[in-house]
Structure formats: structure tokens, C-alpha cells
Design a protein around this ligand. Structure first.
Ligand SMILES: [Zn+2]
Length: 83
């Protein structure tokens, strides 16, 4: 159902912390978020909750670097349990 808004203020999704609500885009509520690296951006709530958007983009490049090094430490959440 559209129109039901989920308050995501203050929630953290991977690197993105939700600051406040932004405008809607095609019926989707968008949120102003700030990445751990300090970059602010606006993303759709569904993308945050689905894990489609986890960072401003910096995570991708870092993930590549990490892979080239060692794979230890942080575990990824059960986002990747598709087999
Ligand atoms: Zn970032």
C-alpha cells in the first residue's frame, strides 16, 4: 500500500545513516542519508531496506580493495544468502 510511511530516521543501513525524509519519486519515499565517508545523498527507502543501496558508492571500490587483500574481519549480513 502506498502512503504508508515507515519512519526510517536515524536508521543505519550498512554505511548509510538516514537523516530525514526527502521527496517522493514515483510513489517511493526517498530519504536523505549520509554515508560513513561523509557524502550525503538521497535514496529510495525500498533500496535501503532491500540492500540495493549500501553506500554512496565508496563501498564498492573498497570492497574490491578488500578482496585483493585478505578476507577477514567483518562478515557481511545475511544479504548474500541466495544460493
Ligand atoms: Zn561513501
Amino acid at each position: 500500500m502506498m502512503g504508508k510511511r515507515i519512519d526510517m530516521t536515524g536508521m543505519k543501513y550498512e554505511r548509510l545513516t538516514v537523516i530525514d525524509e526527502s521527496n517522493r519519486s514515483n510513489g517511493h519515499i526517498c530519504w536523505n542519508v549520509v554515508c560513513d565517508c561523509g557524502i550525503k545523498l538521497t535514496v529510495r527507502g525500498v533500496d535501503l531496506r532491500n540492500g540495493n543501496t549500501k553506500s554512496c558508492g565508496c563501498m564498492k571500490s573498497e570492497a574490491t580493495i578488500k578482496r585483493n587483500k585478505l578476507r577477514k574481519g567483518k562478515k557481511y549480513k545475511d544479504k548474500e544468502k541466495q544460493k
